[in-house]
Write a new protein. Sequence first.
Length: 113
Amino acid sequence: MITITLKSFLEDSSLRFVKNSWYGYDLCPATWNYIFSLNLLSAQLGWTWTITNIIWKDLWLILNTWLMQARTEQTPFRDVCVAAVFRLLGMPWEVQLSVIYATHDLPATLKQL
């Protein structure tokens, strides 16, 4: 069920960022539904299973692939999906933003070196 939900989440073209009066841009309600569903399913299987089968095998692959793609590309993983993955990993909002900004700027800095 987790694999099907994760695959559906990554392929859902309706996911987007929406303007939020408190946070600037936030995830749309459909994205939050995927996040809550994946959190609930993972909680049922426990932390050890989740880190071994979902985080290491799927989520880190998504983040690594996203980091390596050019900023103008949105394939194979869109920014909204990556933002949701950061939320799935449970980091505080400020840390998520810092990581996103750092990973976005890092490839450009490395190219200049």
